[in-house]
Design a protein around this ligand. Structure first.
Ligand code: ATP
Ligand code: LTN
Length: 340
């Protein structure tokens, strides 16, 4: 087995659905922490394509996005030699464990999930069983690898709690089988808001692209989106600005990009016009995203390199996941399959 599995670092695991365009909310809420924490953990980072089909996707777009998202993980600074990076559907154990966990998840629990309620509203013509059972697949993603920590945005907290409940239920019914994962939700930037609908979270598959910053937006688009971002009639930054929708969100984005405390940002810009601050925020974004995009272009220009990383990642993942699934099947009382 590879060296990375021999050294017993704790496991960090997370995933993003290949829908829409990877957005600043995803970076700040999730990917940024993956990069920062990879040193101390064995990172398992997935592109969760099986989750994405809970809403309709165009096959060609889905195919392209899976590779594009993986390339963006790498461009963000995830080190392929030290982590396990793969596409969820390449590891069949996710579907296998999801089925089992479905049988240990109550409808009452799934009925309470806010992501299901939100997505059912957004896709009224396609409220399918997969969308409903989605948290059991997410629990499988996590529990298959005996994960210690799951870095996600605040919107995923409820799914993490359910994952722990399902794991506990299984462990108590049989015997300890799954490690109980802890969520890691960042203090700053756990819920970046939409630029136009300031009371809604920024979402990468929003139908209005002015609502989100795509990590691949060119500089002129970034500047335009920030300039047009909705604020309020106050016009000037004050100590109250952090608590106001719109401007408060922009200040917290600035604080994360510049590694500052939100209050430091307010002190720095206090008394200045919103428009001046927006210009500086756009500069910070361009300075951050330009080199990111150059790294991305380079990776996408070498598909062999990228698919090599994903193939290696899925091989390692299958090896790790097969241990858990064998254990689960044994505990359930399934007859072991022959080896021929
Ligand atoms: P979609 O709109 O396609 O459903 P999404 O933008 O909500 O997607 P997900 O794939 O559901 O993104 O989430 C990927 C990761 O990004 C998760 O860890 C999630 O918590 C985090 N995340 C998503 N949106 C935000 C946000 N606005 N602020 C902070 N973190 C976020
Ligand atoms: N449900 C998550 C994406 C996701 C995930 C995971 C996150 C699927 N599997 C495992 C962390 C760990 C979402 O919609 N953001």
């Amino acid at each position: 087995m590879s060296d990375i599995q021999k050294d017993k670092k704790p496991i960090l695991l997370s995933g993003i659905q290949p829908s829409g365009h990877l957005a600043l909310g995803n970076y700040v809420g999730a990917m940024r922490n993956w990069v920062q924490m990879q040193q101390d953990y064995l990172g398992i980072f997935m592109v969760v394509d099986m989750h994405a089909i809970t809403v309709r996707q165009k096959p060609a777009d889905l195919r392209n996005r899976c590779l594009s998202f993986a390339a963006q993980y790498l461009a963000a600074g995830i080190k392929p030699e030290e982590n396990v990076i793969f596409i969820q559907s390449h590891v069949p154990q996710h579907a296998e464990l999801a089925w089992v966990l479905n049988c240990y998840t109550y409808m009452g629990e799934l009925n309470r999930m806010t992501q299901f309620k939100d997505k059912s509203k957004r896709h009224e013509d396609n409220i399918n069983a997969g969308l409903y059972a989605y948290p059991a697949l997410m629990a499988a993603d996590i529990l298959l690898y005996q994960t210690d920590l799951v870095p996600v945005g605040a919107d995923q907290k409820q799914h993490l709690e359910l994952t722990r409940d399902i794991a506990n239920r299984f462990n108590n019914t049989y015997s300890p089988t799954f490690k109980l994962p802890e969520p890691f939700i960042p203090k700053a930037g756990a819920r970046i808001m939409s630029l136009q609908d300031v009371d809604k979270k920024m979402s990468k598959s929003d139908s209005n692209e002015n609502n989100y910053i795509s990590l691949l937006d060119p500089p002129d688009v970034l500047r335009r989106k920030i300039k047009r971002a909705v604020t309020d009639s106050a016009r000037e930054i004050t100590s109250e600005s952090l608590n106001r929708p719109g401007i408060g969100n922009l200040l917290s984005i600035y604080s994360v990009l510049n590694d500052m405390q939100p209050t430091e940002v307010v002190n720095r810009f206090e008394g200045q016009q919103y428009s001046g601050f927006k210009g500086e925020l756009a500069d910070s974004l361009v300075a951050f995203l330009e080199p990111f995009q150059q790294r991305y272009d380079k990776i996408m220009g070498d598909k062999g390199y990228l698919t090599g990383i994903l193939d290696e990642g899925s091989m390692r993942a299958r090896h790790m996941a097969s241990k858990t699934i064998s254990k689960v099947y044994r505990k359930l009382g399934f007859v072991p399959a022959g080896r021929s």
